[in-house]
Design a protein around this ligand. Sequence first.
Ligand SMILES: NC(=O)c1ccc[n+]([C@@H]2O[C@H](COP(=O)([O-])OP(=O)(O)OC[C@H]3O[C@@H](n4cnc5c(N)ncnc54)[C@H](O)[C@@H]3O)[C@@H](O)[C@H]2O)c1
Length: 312
Amino acid sequence: MRTLITGGAGFIGSHLCERFLAEGHAVVCVDNFITGRPGNIHHLVEHPKFRVIVHDVSKPLYVDGLLDNVLHFASPASPVDYQKSPIQTLKVGSLGTHVTLGIAKAHGARYLIASTSEVYGDPEVHPQTEAYWGNVNPVGERSMYDESKRFAEAMTVAYHREHGVNTHIVRIFNTFGERMRLDDGRVLPNFVGQAFRGEPLTVYGDGSQTRSFCYVSDLVDGIYRLLNSDYHLPVNLGNPAEMTILEFAEEILRLTGSHSRIVYKPLPADDPRQRKPDISLAKRLLGWEPKVSREEGLRRTIEHYKRKLAAK
Ligand SMILES: NC(=O)c1ccc[n+]([C@@H]2O[C@H](COP(=O)([O-])OP(=O)(O)OC[C@H]3O[C@@H](n4cnc5c(N)ncnc54)[C@H](O)[C@@H]3O)[C@@H](O)[C@H]2O)c1
């Protein structure tokens, strides 16, 4: 088996590369390193079945040889990253999805696109099921990301319906783990970085907004199962254990042993009030549910950051 993974040098992409190599696949990683890091795949480059193509996947790409699977994970993913590069984000969700669907069609490969819980916007339905169509501001400060993913889903189902491509759509809810950049602006690396530096932890709003955090190995397992299923409509993957951001800040303080204070800043525009996946479909369809508790995942992630900082 040979698998193409775009965004393979990113946080989730690098874990996917590892998993597919472990399953015996040859892996072609395509990345332009806009938010990914060579260090994320450094340990894989000597692997005889691993190949890296440095390329912007919003531009045409020809891949020689057979391909069995195409996974499109390239996209800036944190609000700091996508708000810094709004046009690149829209392009990789639209043109990049078109390019990668074309590759899957040409090779007769299975296809899987990384969509997001952000397609639900600031949800009026809680928890979010796949049947909910969302509440997204098309011109808001997060629209470059949310709308590019909504377009990507539409393009993916169109390729399935018009060309019969064997497509899959995963709606990923907040995922965390080793190799998230400490400076990527997402809540977990923000809190951990601040806790390590002894700085106050910044909570936006009053901290009552909720999130649910899934450990990366669980997500990767769900993606692997979904790719090998015969289901073509979107599937939520995430951990339904919901907590407030304030509770999360307190958990990070406890697990890092930090005595930092918590400070409050105004809530950014269009920040979702609540986030919790309904994973009944994934349970029924894939026999999947998260296995690693949030606390265990956080311990592993914090240890990873400690080792990285100690090695500097
Ligand atoms: N991490 C999460 O919690 C989460 C939640 C929902 C969806 N997702 C989706 O999962 C995917 C991976 O997210 P991540 O958290 O690993 O982010 P990341 O920023 O760590 O990884 C994204 C990777 O894509 C690459 N990339 C971006 N644009 C590219 C382009 N035009 N051509 C080639 N490579 C490009 C980046 O360099 C990076 O290596 C994204 O599509 C994201 O939208 C992630």
